[in-house]
Ligand binder design. Structure first.
Ligand code: TXA
Ligand code: MG
Length: 323
């Protein structure tokens, strides 16, 4: 298959490109597009044949449900059963890197929700993504646009490397902002809201807004969020975690990423970030850069502070480092 690629200005998305992409989605094809977190691999969420193609292109286990991307509250209401907590969070935050799991309406095919009776929805904070959803007039099912298990793509080149020849179109909207995926919370039971995946929106801000603690899912709920079961986000060279003030790993030809510089160790392949926000923004593109440069491994600093995006960043780092 020939993959069409089109560069587009985020602040003034070319209507012709958006129309072309919407046409592809409406005829059951796949389009990769930027969101504020990572690039998504989109299909018509209500067309189970189209959604099946996502699983095929990614090599993704088909019991891992997808997020439905919407551009309005009304569109979300057609898909899931709302409750007051969900409504409140949506009013307060959307568009945002905040995905809500709610009871699904039967209009959502089982393929899209991995056979579950719930579904995940979110409104992405990116003008290209919103224009595409609006133009196509359908909810767009989209996982990250990487091959299953690989680091999520945060720029056009990463999507192209993984998806060229496998999908109909890739929209190049430049680098994504957040760099790691959305936070996923289960709000089906407002008395017990579950943190299923930490991500772009911090736990503190959600807890403060709701004036309640987000709970850790038990093993039953974990089973219901299958994405957390699989190895993820890993480059094809080993990732080793280093904590500041501990002995630095004794390896040769390594690459390094972190906030604090490494002292008394030779390292040419290094990316230093100003803070956790920048670290999250650059983590996945750093993984992809260093695997191309043939480093023996990537040593990553463990972010120690407890604020903002740190929890999501630690989650991605620890899963990339899993053997
Ligand atoms: O930022 C993001 O969330 C990106 C962009 C493209 O929007 N998307 C993304 O999708 O990361 P994906 O498919 O890589 O991750 C979706 C996560 C998985 O962990 C999946 O298990 C969980 O959401 N999920 C989806 N539907 C669910 C449901 N009904 N119940 C529990 N977890 C669900
Ligand atoms: Mg993913």
């Amino acid at each position: 298959m020939t993959t069409i690629t089109a560069k587009i200005n985020k602040w003034n998305p070319d209507p012709e490109i958006i129309s072309k992409a919407a046409e592809i989605l409406n005829s059951g094809g796949l389009v990769a597009f930027p969101t504020e977190t990572v690039y998504g691999l989109g299909a018509n969420a209500l067309d189970s044949e189209a959604v099946r193609k996502i699983y095929l292109a990614k090599g993704r286990p088909s019991d891992n449900p997808l997020i439905l991307h919407v551009s309005s509250y009304e569109q979300a209401e057609d898909l899931v059963f709302m409750n007051d907590t969900a409504k409140f969070l949506i009013q307060k935050f959307w568009p945002a890197p905040l995905t809500l799991v709610l009871k699904a309406k039967s209009i959502i095919p089982l393929t899209t929700r991995g056979g579950l009776d719930t579904a995940a929805i979110r409104m992405p904070d990116n003008p290209i993504a919103l224009a595409l959803i609006e133009k196509s007039k359908i909810p767009i099912a989209a996982p990250s646009a990487n091959l299953s298990g690989r680091p999520s793509p945060t720029d056009f080149e990463s999507v192209f490397n993984d998806m060229n020849g496998k999908i109909e179109m890739i929209i190049d909207g430049g680098e994504t902002e957040t760099g790691i995926e959305s936070t996923v919370i289960d709000v089906t039971n407002p008395e017990k809201i579950l943190m299923l995946r930490p991500g772009g929106m911090s736990r503190e801000i959600i807890e403060e807004t709701l004036n309640t603690e987000l709970k850790i899912p038990d093993s039953f709920s974990k089973k219901r969020s299958p994405g957390t079961r699989y190895r993820h986000y890993a480059p094809n060279i080993p990732v080793i975690i280093w904590k500041k003030n501990t002995k630095f790993p004794d390896v040769k030809n390594f690459a390094y990423m972190g906030i604090n510089d490494v002292e008394n160790v030779e390292c040419e392949n290094k990316i230093l970030f100003d803070d956790v926000k920048n670290y999250a923004h650059g983590l996945f593109s750093g993984f992809r850069k260093f695997e191309c440069e043939k480093s023996s491994c990537i040593i990553v600093e463990w972010p120690q502070d407890n604020s903002g995006i740190s929890e999501g960043l630690r989650d991605r780092i620890s899963r990339a480092a899993e053997k």
